[in-house]
Structures are given as structure tokens and as C-alpha cells.
Design a protein around this ligand. Structure first.
Ligand code: G
Ligand code: G
Ligand code: MN
Ligand code: NA
Length: 250
């Protein structure tokens, strides 16, 4: 059976699940929020990772329904979060480009009653490439709803700098390829310092992804990075485990 046909059935049968990975303040290690990462508990294939089904869902268009499910589920979870924690969700370029995206977001937000500032949308540079003007207007609308916008995988695109100048991001997430090269490639250290200074200078929060070692965390913190995310700080975990940790910390 094709994975594509299974996605619809999976949605009907409630086989999708969000895992939550913590994001912490570099300064004191306090959890400031979580990133929602989609998982699929497939009846025959077992746990399917997003890298295996998101591309299929994007080509087939099923990502629209799937993305709406993610948004609804994330709003439901974030509504129960304490006010100081946010939840980030990944938005596919296909979803972002869909004409009904803004309306869907508005509808789902208002139906859930969640405080919009508790939600952050992560987009990648690829959504900005083809229709500059539409993306700019759309981001403005999303921000006016109170949502925060993060630029994910920063540094991997073609014109990262011009995007920062043009679009109103609240957060930039340094791609993990730079973090993993820290200490191994001289250039990675210089690039990371430059990204942090640039983001801070523009008033954005700078988050490092894929932090796996104490040395990386120390370097990033010393360089002025605001927040850290990665296996060192916590792996993506089922919702129940994250909620238990949140309640224990209150
Ligand atoms: O969780 P993992 O590291 O396997 O995620 C792999 C990729 O899938 C990442 O690029 C991540 O951004 C993407 N991804 C995870 N969850 C979602 C989701 O809910 N929606 C979209 N569009 N992408 C997701
Ligand atoms: O594209 P995006 O940044 O949304 O991708 C997030 C992906 O990175 C998820 O699949 C998540 O499981 C993965 N991830 C999170 N922390 C780490 C880490 O410390 N190391 C590695 N290799 N992957 C990570
Ligand atoms: Mn992400
Ligand atoms: Na990323």
C-alpha cells in the first residue's frame, strides 16, 4: 500500500501524534517552550518519522489536512500550557502557500481559545522565495494575530541575509549543521558568532538547534545565543512525558 493513501486513513483513525522537544534559556537552562514534532504510529509500519512521510504528504497535497491537524492539536496543547511557555510548530511551504492558510489559522486559533502569543510558527526560507509580496503580507497578518514567527534552518538557504532585512521574524533558529561543526571547522565558529550578533542586533531571539554536547552549549551561551535546543537539553518526547515535566517544574 502506498503511504499516500494511508495518510488519510491515519488521520481518520487518529494515528498521528505530536512529540515535544524542549527549548531552554541559554543563561540558566530554564525551559521556555517546546517544538512540536509530528510522529505517525502506523499500524503496519510502526513509528514512521516525518522525514519519511512529510515529503509524500507535500507532493500529494495531504499535507494540508495533516497541517491543519497539527495546528489544531498544538492549539489544544498550548491552551493548557502555563503562560510562560510557548509551543512552536513547523509549517510546510505547501501549507504556507495554500490560499486558505490564513483563514484556517484564524479559525483554529479562535475555536481553541489559546492565547496566540503562546504559539510560534516555524517557516523555512523556501517559503519566501517565490512570492515575496504575498509572503510579506501573510507574515504581517499572522503577526497581527499575535503569533510569533521563527525562521527555521537559518543559514541553509540562498539569501538568508536579505530575508532577515525584509521579513519581521521574532526568532531565528541556527541550523544544526553549523552547531555540529563547532570546534571542528574554524569557519563554523565565526559564522555562528556572526549570526548571533546579527539576530541580536535586529532584535530577534536567536536559538541554536541540534545542541548535543556541553562544549557546544558553553560556546553558544558565551557567544550570546539566547536559547538552546537539542538532544543535550532534551529529546522529542511524547506529550504526556512533557506535561509531567512541566507540572513538576511549576
Ligand atoms: O522530528 P524530526 O527530526 O524527525 O523531523 C524531521 C523533519 O520533519 C524536520 O525538518 C521537521 O521540521 C519536519 N517536521 C516535523 N514535524 C512536522 C510537522 O508537524 N509539520 C511539518 N510540516 N514538518 C514537520
Ligand atoms: O527542520 P527542523 O529544525 O524542524 O528539524 C527538527 C529535527 O531535528 C527533528 O527531527 C528533531 O528530531 C531533530 N533534532 C532535534 N535535536 C537534535 C539533535 O540534537 N541532534 C540531531 N541530530 N537532531 C536533532
Ligand atoms: Mn523546526
Ligand atoms: Na531546523
Amino acid at each position: 500500500r502506498a503511504l499516500e493513501a494511508d495518510i488519510e486513513r491515519g488521520l481518520e483513525r487518529d494515528e498521528f501524534e505530536l512529540y515535544l522537544q524542549p527549548r531552554v534559556a541559554a543563561r540558566d537552562g530554564a525551559i521556555v517552550g517546546y517544538e512540536a514534532l509530528l510522529r505517525w504510529s502506523h499500524p503496519e509500519r510502526g513509528m514512521v518519522q516525518p522525514g519519511d512521510f512529510i515529503p509524500v504528504a507535500e507532493v500529494s497535497g495531504k499535507i494540508i489536512d495533516l497541517g491543519e491537524w497539527v495546528l489544531r492539536e498544538a492549539c489544544r496543547l498550548a491552551a493548557d500550557f502555563p503562560d510562560h511557555l510557548h509551543l512552536s510548530i513547523n509549517v510546510s511551504p505547501v501549507q504556507f502557500r495554500h490560499p486558505d492558510f490564513l483563514k484556517n489559522v484564524e479559525d483554529i486559533l479562535s475555536a481553541s481559545g489559546v492565547l496566540p502569543r503562546k504559539l510560534e510558527l516555524e517557516i523555512t526560507e523556501s517559503v519566501l522565495i517565490d512570492d515575496d509580496q504575498r509572503a510579506l503580507v501573510l507574515l504581517g497578518h499572522l503577526k497581527s494575530l499575535g503569533l510569533r514567527i521563527a525562521l527555521d534552518d537559518f543559514g541553509t538557504g540562498y539569501s538568508s541575509l536579505s530575508y532577515l532585512r525584509r521579513y519581521p521574524f521574532d526568532v531565528i533558529k541556527i541550523d544544526r549543521s553549523f552547531v555540529s561543526a563547532l570546534g571542528e571547522e574554524e569557519t563554523a565558529n565565526a559564522i555562528i558568532r556572526t549570526i548571533i550578533d546579527l539576530g541580536s542586533g535586529l532584535g530577534m531571539r536567536v536559538v541554536a538547534e541540534g545542541v548535543e554536547t556541553v562544549e557546544q552549549a558553553r560556546y553558544l551561551t558565551e557567544a550570546g545565543c539566547d536559547e538552546l535546543q537539542g538532544y543535550l537539553l532534551g529529546r522529542p518526547q511524547p506529550v504526556d512525558a512533557a506535561i509531567t515535566a512541566i507540572n513538576a517544574s511549576l
